[in-house]
Design a binder for this molecule. Sequence first.
Ligand code: SF4
Length: 243
Amino acid sequence: MSATPASGGENRSKRVSVASPDAAARCWRRIKRIIALLEAHYGTRQFTSRGRAVDVLVETILSQNTSDTNSHRAFQALLSRLGTLEAVAAAPVDEIEAIIRFAGLSRIKSARIRSLLLRLLRENGSLDLSFLSGQELDKARRYLTSLDGVGLKTASCVLLFAFGMPAMPVDTHVYRVARRLDLIGDRVSVEAAHLELEALVAPCDRYRFHLLLIEHGRRICHPRNPRCALCMLRDICPSARLA
Ligand code: SF4
């Protein structure tokens, strides 16, 4: 993260360690400023649970490489055709694949979903994952990432959106906007970015920070041609293109 806020058009400033109390305080102030500017434009974000953790888990797996609309439709199609996720676990993988085909990567997703549901039933006797909400974040995330096909992003989505635990999922929008804002370095991988951003953003701010960066990435900080001239962060963004 930048040592000092940079004005629009400046070269990227040297990154500093946040190990010192002063640097950490500057980071936290800058993050708070980013959140305040985004909230002033997009509105506040209050936590609302998206439902059972296993539902969020299956829907997040369905969302890989497709839109939220498609993954939600695929999840609803599974439930309307098979009734429950327990029934999905008992169904042949070919049948699951046929139901979710329109959501893409259906061969991989159907096998993953069935396999993890069967494992949860075998290990826990049910699909109830509420025991995770009483665990430390790292422990709960380790459990979820031990499931086949569940990476840091999916595990973080489950813990954040089902329980409001302070995990920071890093999707393509969060990753791009955080890099442009110099919150994480250019060479930091998406995986590493999860933990780097969690270290920078206060636990109580992670839910809204995540959602606000996604909104900003979709509306203004586009992958190509970011709309910097319209951006409310342009005065504190080292990547602002104002020419
Ligand atoms: S739109 Fe431009 S100024 Fe705004 S965050 Fe993205 S790169 Fe920075």
